[in-house]
Design a protein around this ligand. Sequence first.
Ligand SMILES: [Ca+2]
Ligand SMILES: [Ca+2]
Length: 230
Amino acid sequence: MKPQLRRFFVSELALLTLTTLISQGARADVSGPIAPLSYTAPPGDSGAYSYVDETGRQLIDGIRGENWAADLGNGHSYEWIGWQFGSPLITFQFDSLVEITKISIGLQREERFAPALLPDRVTIGSTDFPLSGDELPDASWGDVTFAGSWIGDTLAIQLWDHGVVLDHNGTPLDDWIFSDEISFEGVHVSQPPPSAVPESANAGVLAGMAVIVLAGWSRRKRTTSINKFL
Ligand SMILES: [Ca+2]
Ligand SMILES: [Ca+2]
């Protein structure tokens, strides 16, 4: 094969290969529930009952609580994780790169007895969501949802507490934050499999170009991610 023809052939083949690689890096189209692999969080505190995370997975096990003191078969308030002191930082790990677009945080509001308040604000990634405190009626529980776009294989959520507040008797108390479940919706963002990179010696030029383009793709993805986090 003439050198010019070989260069043309290699160039066309490289373009085809790179187009395939880039298309394999595209995210899936269908948004749906995404289950984290695990999370790290402060374990929770004890008060009238234990509000400690008994399994290390109670925030993602699909089991929901009811009234903060209810005994649904495993003891009073078993389903709730309660933090009285500080603002719990919960970091979720996913099995691959994901784009999260909706987060539902199960919370309890009970101002008379605990007092358990909704967080003062919620930070997801680097995005702050101030709460009014009225997203749920007093003496109720349910999901407060947050929409956005967060890309990564981990996601940090911080629930900010109010600190010392006055209870219904005017007694100063450090407030509680109760959560029973945190769930996610979004899409998996697939990465090009290693086998997509050409391996033969004749494809060395292709591999070099693939690395360059993939590096560019990766940079663009990171930039997108950063922009979306801000
Ligand atoms: Ca749960
Ligand atoms: Ca507190």
